[in-house]
Design a protein around this ligand. Structure first.
Ligand code: CU
Length: 237
């Protein structure tokens, strides 16, 4: 199918637009971005081809006189084609998605350098940094959204939980979203690759103040991260 070589070409070609997303922000969007671009290219090809067929039929097969056009029924090759082509499209999209999803959720615990817990609460977030002690927990409110600190270039394991209902830990720029489920622990490991502050949100409708369940992610240098942990430890212990 046509998107396989295109995605290969994409991985070696940085000229393709990020279509709303920046390159090289995290180890997750390194994987997601080519999938996102490839999906748009595949959709573009299918869309242009379909629109072409519609326009071709509309222009070259307009009603000619009053004669009823020839009807074709049970045309086996056509029926096979319109069953197989969508199946192939879906299978290709599925295969790339499944491959990339397993790469994103892969847990290579040996490389993990830091642990951060993310707890969803109605309606804000709690970030816990066990390296700074068991009391090192930052709790936000809708009025004062919390900031999640993470070090540049060092792999962090996030443990995601919820105190009440389902929340969605979402950092749009990083192409990351993973659910906080009550009674279930989810994990996600990734490395931030660019300094900066990035907005985060809850993306599962979780009640009245869902839209105010905001936070920021601040990617700092490893030294700044260490001093943040020290500061947090002093403030909370
Ligand atoms: Cu929520």
């Amino acid at each position: 199918m046509s998107i396989a070589p295109l995605i290969l070409a994409l991985s070696g070609c940085s000229k393709v637009s990020g279509l709303g997303f920046q390159e090289n922000l995290t180890s997750v969007n390194d994987v997601s971005l080519p999938l996102w671009q490839g999906a748009w290219i595949a959709a573009g090809i299918v869309g242009v081809f379909t629109a072409g067929l519609i326009i071709w039929s509309a222009i070259f097969h307009r009603a000619k006189g009053s004669e009823f056009p020839k009807q074709t029924q049970y045309h086996i090759p056509v029926e096979i084609a319109y069953t197989l082509i969508p199946l192939v499209i879906v299978a290709v999209l599925f295969a790339y998605t499944a491959r990339d999803e397993s790469r994103i959720t892969d847990k290579s615990t040996t490389q993990v350098m830091h642990d951060i817990s993310v707890n969803g609460i109605q309606w804000s977030w709690q970030f816990a940094y066990p390296e700074a002690g068991t009391q090192a927990i930052v709790t936000g409110t809708p009025e004062q959204p919390p900031t999640l600190y993470m070090p540049l270039g060092e792999r962090v394991r996030f443990t995601l939980e919820s105190s009440d209902v389902v929340h969605g830990f979402w950092i749009p720029a990083f192409m990351i979203q993973i659910q906080n489920l009550p009674g279930v622990t989810n994990y996600l490991e990734f490395t931030a690759k660019k300094l900066g502050t990035y907005p985060g949100r809850c993306n599962i409708l979780c009640g009245r103040d869902h839209s105010r369940m905001l936070f920021n992610v601040k990617v700092v240098t490893p030294a700044e991260y260490q001093s943040y942990l020290t500061q947090l430890k002093a403030a909370t212990s």
